[in-house]
Design a protein around this ligand. Structure first.
Ligand code: SF4
Ligand code: SF4
Ligand code: SF4
Length: 319
């Protein structure tokens, strides 16, 4: 990863120096241990702050609709699909982005690490990825775990860890760490219970939602200038976070991102009350894939899912 990091810094410096981009968007070390934070800069001297490590969770494609000008952007496999999806939706022009692609070995989920070690992340001294293992040092003691025990669930089901759409690829293509049953475990568990139990489950979960909108704000597929939740005429949702309105918010959000969601996992990661949002978004991703043979961001030149129809559409009214 150090080689890739140096290559990224060199390429980013050249792009800024030569005026090929107005901004660079990448990752820098976060203020907390084992975290990164997005770095958005116009200053070539800042490129030394850019990092590549197993903690770069954000989907940076989210910033493309906010920034004006030509953008150099660091993209993992799922992020590059989000960029392609934004291009499909005419939210981003391909010529306005320089994609620095990272073949992604998967992102480490600190909450899984904490559970395995039985300590808070602040008490850990080091977390290092070594091939198919992760080595964690806590209290001077080293422990090794297979990588599929510590990656985010979405990374365990990752179909394309190496960006398909890029201008500069920073390393050799990565092989996905596939553990589909672990990736889908919580979703399958929900499918295995009765509709009434599932309803009770989501009622409980959405009773905890504080409607902070972090899940929406972090999502590159949620790009409406004015979100329906802020409409007052008509008012779709009560501003007070009642479970019914919270559930309705997620149902409508999931329909809006259908065919745009790339299973980057960001909405679930950022939820401050740990609502298992991926159980909704990934299920929608799979339904879209099964019904329409469509996966978001696979082809920047393809029409977006909801803007065209096929001869074999089931409904006569659409044909
Ligand atoms: S889903 Fe794939 S590309 Fe995205 S962070 Fe996980 S492993 Fe990397
Ligand atoms: S991030 Fe979590 S708490 Fe915040 S609005 Fe979304 S579901 Fe609710
Ligand atoms: S809905 Fe969630 S998983 Fe899908 S693209 Fe948005 S943030 Fe990523």
């Amino acid at each position: 990863m150090k080689d890739m990091e140096q290559k990224l810094r060199n390429e980013a410096k050249t792009l800024l120096e030569q005026g090929q981009v107005d901004y660079m968007v990448g990752f820098e070390p976060g203020s907390l241990k084992f975290t990164t934070t997005p770095l958005i800069t116009r200053d070539k001297n800042d490129v030394e702050r850019l990092v590549i490590n197993p903690f770069m969770a954000n989907n940076l494609a989210n910033f493309l609709t906010e920034l004006k000008g030509r953008i150099g952007i660091v993209a993992k496999g799922c992020d590059s699909r989000s960029i392609a999806s934004l291009i499909q939706d005419n939210k981003v022009a391909r010529e306005d982005v320089v994609i620095l692609g990272i073949p992604c070995p998967g992102i480490i989920d600190l909450s899984k690490v904490e559970k395995l070690i039985g300590k808070d992340r602040d008490e850990l001294e080091d977390i290092i990825r070594e091939g198919d293992k992760v080595v964690i040092t806590a209290g001077g003691k080293r422990s090794e775990f297979p990588v599929n025990e510590v990656l985010f669930d979405n990374c365990l089901g990752c179909e394309l860890p190496t960006p398909q759409e890029y201008d500069i690829l920073l390393g050799e293509p990565a092989s996905p760490v596939i553990d589909r049953s672990a990736s889908q475990a919580s979703i399958e568990q929900l499918k295995g219970i009765t509709p009434q139990q599932r309803w009770d489950f989501w009622k409980d979960e959405f009773s905890r939602c504080i409607r902070c909108y972090a899940c929406r704000n972090v999502c590159p597929a949620c790009f409406c200038q004015r979100c329906f939740v802020e409409e007052t005429e008509p008012q779709w949702l009560m501003p007070v976070p009642r479970w019914q309105d919270n559930l309705m918010f997620q149902v409508i959000r999931n329909i809006h991102v259908a065919g745009r969601c790339t299973d980057c996992g960001e909405c679930e990661r950022v939820c401050p009350v740990n609502i298992p949002l991926r159980s909704l978004t990934k299920e929608m991703y799979d339904i879209v894939s099964e019904l329409f043979h469509f996966k978001a961001g696979m082809d920047k030149d393809a029409a977006p899912l909801m803007t065209h129809y096929e001869q074999e559409e089931a409904e006569d009214c659409i044909r």
